[in-house]
Design a protein around this ligand. Sequence first.
Ligand code: NI
Length: 150
Amino acid sequence: MSKTAHWKESWYQHRNVLISLLEQIEDGHLDYQPWEDAMTLKDLVLHVASSNAMILEMVKTDEMSNPETPEVQSMDELRQAVRDFTDKTAAIFDSITDEELAQDNQAKIPTMQGKREVYVQAMYDHELHHKGQLFVYARLVGATDLPFFR
Ligand code: NI
């Protein structure tokens, strides 16, 4: 298995957990925030789903952009948005070669400097970072039947 395929598989496991977690959250909590100024549940989900596609694109571009996110009015729409971003992210993975991962990147952020593979590590870490937060959000809005972490 190529390195890229291995990363994709491993990321997919976590993304599928996120999708399962969202199945456990009922409508009525899209704007939930555990404290004032916190990201709302909806914004946190859209943030992780959209920015991971964006971070992965940095393997090709080195550019960090502000990803566009759709308006969602229900949990079903939120789940659909996550599925769409998941497909988009998977397609980007399929376009990345192991040769690209081994090249030096041009990252401006010091902690992202190194090989292009660092971007993949960063998107993976970002997924886990926010997925953990969403487990807490899910409990706080009443979900009790949570999936395994991986
Ligand atoms: Ni983030």
